[in-house]
Structures are given as C-alpha cells and as structure tokens.
Design a protein around this ligand. Structure first.
Ligand SMILES: O=P(O)(O)OC[C@H]1O[C@H](OP(=O)(O)OP(=O)(O)O)[C@H](O)[C@@H]1O
Length: 219
C-alpha cells in the first residue's frame, strides 16, 4: 500500500480509509487542557490538502449518495473550518450548487446589525469552547430544504460540534415557527474514539481514528 507522507515531525499514525488507494500518515499532537493535563490525538488536518480533499470528498459523496439517493430539496450544512474543502468536493460530486455553512466567527460582511444571524456556543475536543453561527445566506438555504438536511464535518469525536450544528438548525426553524425538516445523517471522514450514539441521526463515516488519550500533568 502506498503512503501519503506527513510533513509534520514527530510520531505518526497510519490512517487507513477503505476505498482510498493509499494510507495517510498523520501526526500525533498534544492538546493542552486548562488544568495542565493534555489530550493526545492523531490530528487529521485537511486544510490545504488538495489531493486528500479531492479523494476523500469523492468517497464521502458516494457515502452520501448511498444514504440519500436523491438530494433534490436537500441541503448540506458544513461546519468550518477544517471540513470546508472536503465539503466543496463532496458538494460538487453531488451536483449541489451551494451548501449552508456554520461559521466559527461573525464577520463584517455578514452585517450582523442589519441581517439575521443565529449563533450558539459549542464545545469540541480540539478547540474547547467555540461557537457556531449561520448568517442570512445559510439560514435561507436551510429554510428552503423541505426534503431534509445532512451535516458534513471532517472528524466527529465527542460529538459536541455536531450537537451544536443540530441546535443551530433547530433554532433556524424555531424562529419561523416551523418544525425542522428531517435530519438525514452526520457524514464525516473519521469518527474518533467511541461512536456518538446519542446524536439524533445516523453517524456515517469513511474511517476511524484512535480514541483520544488523556495524559495527566506530571506531578
Ligand atoms: O466531535 P468534536 O469533539 O466536536 O470534535 C470534532 C470537531 O473538532 C474539529 O474542529 P475544531 O474545533 O478543531 O475547529 P476547526 O475545524 O474550525 O479547526 C473537527 O473539525 C470537528 O469539527
């Protein structure tokens, strides 16, 4: 099996994805916690990875097609930012002209004083506290999706980001007094650690990453 080597130094994990004709070397990184502990994860960072996003995006689109054969009237919601390029390839493969985006900050072009914004706080394994926001365009894409919504991310670990994305979708419909359309699933390149059984729709993943390892601060 060919290997797509990492440009980072240090220990590596050999990431295998069924259907991908090569393995991918990814670095182990230590994420600091406030109390001085660390969490060690195999870090899949797809930003700028042209070849990986192309190949994984095609595989992800096939996985979506298997579960949602007709995406007419269905919207994709992608969570920034490491999943953006992946979502672009998957959307192109699926023939979708636009995707709704959950942003991690509000920018001036969103005109928060003049246009609708919906934001909520979430917690992810890598970033800790963060927030997700929809602005006017995303809100309108989601509200037009009468046949349902699916959510795309690169990795699902604690599920915190996906729970946040669901809250965001619900808030988007609560505001107009309508029930949210069906949630078809959470699609990702990799789940990490234990599966998130309590998410309100199936988690569909191309591969799996090792569980995060908790490293207590040395006394
Ligand atoms: O299941 P969870 O514990 O929520 O972890 C998964 C999330 O963490 C990472 O994002 P990160 O918070 O690093 O943000 P980024 O993609 O904007 O870099 C990853 O891209 C997922 O969105």
């Amino acid at each position: 099996m060919d290997i797509f080597t990492s440009r980072e130094s240090g220990d590596k994990h050999r990431f295998q994805v069924p259907g991908l004709s090569y393995d991918v070397e990814i670095p182990y990184v230590l994420l600091p916690r406030e109390n001085g502990d660390h969490i060690k994860i195999a870090s899949l960072n797809l930003v700028g990875q042209t070849r990986l996003n192309r190949d994984l995006g095609v595989l992800l689109a096939r996985l979506v097609q298997k579960h949602i054969p007709d995406t007419t009237g269905v919207a994709m919601l992608c969570v920034v930012e490491k999943a953006l390029q992946l979502a672009q390839v998957a959307a192109m493969e699926l023939g979708m002209d636009e995707t709704a985006i959950a942003y991690n900050r509000i920018k001036p072009h969103m005109e928060p004083g003049r246009r609708p914004i919906i934001q909520i706080g979430v917690d992810s394994i890598t970033s800790g506290d963060k927030f997700l926001a929809l602005y006017e365009r995303d809100i309108n894409i989601l509200r037009k999706a009468d046949k349902g919504i699916f959510i795309v991310d690169d990795v699902i670990s604690s599920g915190g980001t996906m729970f946040g994305a669901v809250d965001l979708v619900e808030a988007c419909f609560e505001e107009i007094g309508k029930p949210a359309p069906p949630l078809h699933g959470f699609f990702c390149v990799a789940t990490e650690g234990e599966p998130q059984l309590s998410l309100p729709a199936p988690v569909l993943s191309l591969a799996h990453l090792p569980a995060p390892e908790f490293l207590p601060k040395s006394k």
